[in-house]
Unconditional design. Sequence first.
Length: 232
Amino acid sequence: MHSSSVTEGLKTGSRALIWGVVAIGLALAAAAAFLFLSLPDSNAFDARVEQIFVQNDVLTNPTQLRLLEVLASSSNTFADMLHSYRVIIFILLVFAMVLMVAALVLLVVILGLNRRMSAIQRTGIEVQSLRILRAENAVMLNDMVFTLTPAAIETLAVLAEARMDDEWLTGARIESVISGRPEGDCEEAAGATRIKRLRDALGNALVSELLVRNVSRKGYTLGVAKERLRVD
């Protein structure tokens, strides 16, 4: 159930990310189209100068004619300036799209981390890896190492092997595997007792590691921040 909810959350986050990127792309594409269409055409300057020539054909003064020639020669400068504006607008839009996509990705990642932290807080310890060290009578749970009794290690090893084979074990089956006797000669209560002792040993080890800590030459303390403690 927990893994399926996490998978659904990841799928939802991926879909939101994809649609968000598509929405950002469409919005920026619409903005770019509006900006480029709003810019005047590069031939608009030439058309305006030509209109001035047509409307002022009575201008015969050499100075006035020279001024009109200067205006006409300025059309190339105007066209180059428009081209530069288009390049600058394109670069700014690309940067804006990159920044918006990065912000969206960070938002989705933060939401995913918040959901994961909430799930961890609800379920307690999340087992990411479990390694059984028979030679050392120890168990490595995530990054924590616990020392158990040989009997508890043997029971845990039997359960781990069955889990890797997708098998369910009865109490009699557990007792048969550990003791080596036929399953018909073993009692259900014997296996249940082994499971109870394993749970007690693991529970004590977890409490010792996470809650009640023992520091050599110092003593015992609670592994909880003091601002989170409350005694009613």
